[in-house]
Design a binder for this molecule. Structure first.
Ligand SMILES: C[S@@+](CC[C@H](N)C(=O)[O-])C[C@H]1O[C@@H](n2cnc3c(N)ncnc32)[C@H](O)[C@@H]1O
Length: 482
């Protein structure tokens, strides 16, 4: 439906019309305009200084009335005067009460009522027109199979695969929840001419993912016009977004920032985001990005682990570990790793317990202490005399995973751009492979050092039988003697 709307023109407006839309709906622009920046047209539209702007001046560059903020609260408010929207949110139950569920549903509904053939459904709002100004982002969920293969060996490959599965599940649940609503059955799900397909779900997901920002006092929301600002990190960020005392959204120039006429007013989408997340959510990487910053490597519990099924049952943490570049070092974070590296002989145990309603549940224990939250396992292990042994196992486990990831990257080498592969996916995949490979190589060196240091500890020497207690006693005697 959305693709058809874009081609036929009923779901597309040129960005030049945004100024009129904005002033008609009470949005105030002060010294700025929105459009493509000459020389950077591939970044879509952005916010541009219409005159020289001085950072010291406290007046907002944009003020967006609070009613125009596309938030969960406002969608619920609009549903009070729109019976069809209300029906939809009600049918979606819990999903309709999440911000993501409400926004995606709202966007899909707005696109539907823009369609010239759709009559007597929905109430048009300023936002019905606004979505016509939003471009379709080429996020990896729109990359072809050939383009996705370029991601093999990067952490983005599994992230996209998992996202596609979860989008498919969401879309099926959305269909199941709405197919009994008369007008949905007719407009969306009719076997012959139903308007909705999975592609529409991908498109509203991409709109939300690439444009939602977290606003103080509002939470995640899409804010018209502020969501036209492109990203720049660090000192290059020109402006900040927030809400004013009346709840309106505002864009203000950062203190000390002076922008010449024609200069770009950027915001930050989050300076700490890793390369993988930037491509995943926004479909670009900043040229200045010198590190992949954050990587999540998934892990599996080995098949020969006798406690594998129970561990999977109780596990409430992400199955893998995160690598974080802290400038002078790479640190790893994981709760899952600790669950993988300990076993029954170390003190991990599982018991089946009867619940009050007659059901059964598995409970984990560490040496008689109940482990009701597996993310807390590290706290127990740290106090154990074998703490260094567990650390060594964790380091070895992660080394294996890092080596495997590097091997995949190396096997694939540097793919060339051929066939129908588009320029942007090819460029992004190449950049990501380079950044992740560099970070993995540094991680390998760091883990190697950690392993050597752990192997030198007395606990491990003794654990490996390299020190026996008789020698130790003799040493102590000698020491006492001297
Ligand atoms: C919130 S929107 C910003 C407005 C968008 N350019 C438009 O035309 O509507 C986010 C999208 O803008 C683009 N973008 C933002 N910052 C960028 C940057 N620094 N380099 C390249 N593209 C950027 C990406 O396509 C991203 O998904």
């Amino acid at each position: 439906m959305i693709r058809r709307g874009r081609t036929e023109g009923w779901l597309r407006e040129p960005i030049q019309g945004l100024h009129t839309w904005a002033s008609f709906h009470g949005v105030k622009f002060d010294g700025i305009k929105v459009g493509p920046l000459p020389g950077f047209e591939d970044r879509g539209s952005t916010v541009i200084a219409a005159r020289e702007l001085i950072g010291e001046k406290a007046e907002p560059l944009m003020t967006i009335p609070k009613e125009l903020i596309l938030s969960k609260q406002n969608i619920e408010l609009m549903a009070k005067s729109d019976q069809h929207l209300h029906e939809l949110l009600h049918a979606l139950d819990d999903f309709g009460r999440t911000t993501r569920g409400a926004v995606l549903t709202f966007l899909l509904f707005q696109a539907t009522i823009c369609c010239p053939g759709v009559k007597d459904v929905g109430v048009h709002t300023p936002l019905t027109e606004y979505i016509k100004y939003l471009p379709d982002e080429l996020l990896p969920t729109f990359w072809s199979e050939e383009e996705l293969e370029l991601l093999d060996g990067t952490t983005l490959r599994s992230a996209v695969r998992a996202k596609m599965n979860s989008l498919l599940r969401e879309f099926e649940a959305f269909r199941a929840a709405t197919e009994n609503i008369h007008w949905c059955a007719k407009l969306w799900w009719d076997e012959d001419d139903g308007m909705l397909t999975f592609d529409d779900w991908l498109r509203v997901d991409a709109m939300y993912r690439s444009r939602a920002l977290e606003f103080p006092g509002v939470g995640d929301a899409m804010v018209p016009c502020i969501d036209m600002a492109n990203h720049a990190s660090g000192d290059a960020t020109a402006a900040l977004y927030e809400t004013d005392d009346d709840g309106n959204a505002i864009l203000i120039l950062r203190h000390g920032k002076d922008i010449l006429e024609g200069g770009e007013i950027t915001i930050t989408y989050g300076d700490d985001k890793g390369a993988c997340e930037n491509i995943f959510s926004y479909g670009f990487l900043e040229d200045s990005m010198a590190s992949a910053r954050i990587m999540f490597l998934n892990l599996d519990i080995p098949d020969d682990d006798p406690l594998r099924p129970a561990k999977i049952y109780v596990c409430n943490t992400a199955p893998g570990f995160r690598l974080v570049d802290k400038n002078d070092s790479i640190e790893w974070e994981s709760d899952f790793v600790w669950l993988v590296v300990v076993n029954e002989e170390d003190g991990l145990d599982f018991k089946v317990r009867q619940t009050v309603d007659g059901g059964r549940e598995i409970q984990a224990f560490w040496k008689e202490s109940e482990l009701n939250d597996t993310s807390k396992i590290r706290t127990f292990l740290e106090q154990d005399p074998l703490w260094e042994v567990f650390q060594l196992r964790a380091v070895v486990l992660m080394q294996g995973r890092v080596d495997a990831q590097l091997a995949t990257l190396e096997t694939l080498g540097s793919p060339t751009q051929e066939g129908l592969i588009r320029e942007r996916p090819w460029r992004l995949a190449t950049q990501l492979r380079k950044l992740e490979r560099k970070m993995l190589e540094s991680t390998r060196t760091i883990l190697d050092k950690q392993r050597s240091a752990l192997l030198d500890t007395e606990t491990i020497q003794r654990y490996l039988g390299l020190i026996d207690d008789e020698d130790k006693d003799e040493e102590q005697v000698e020491e006492d003697f001297t």
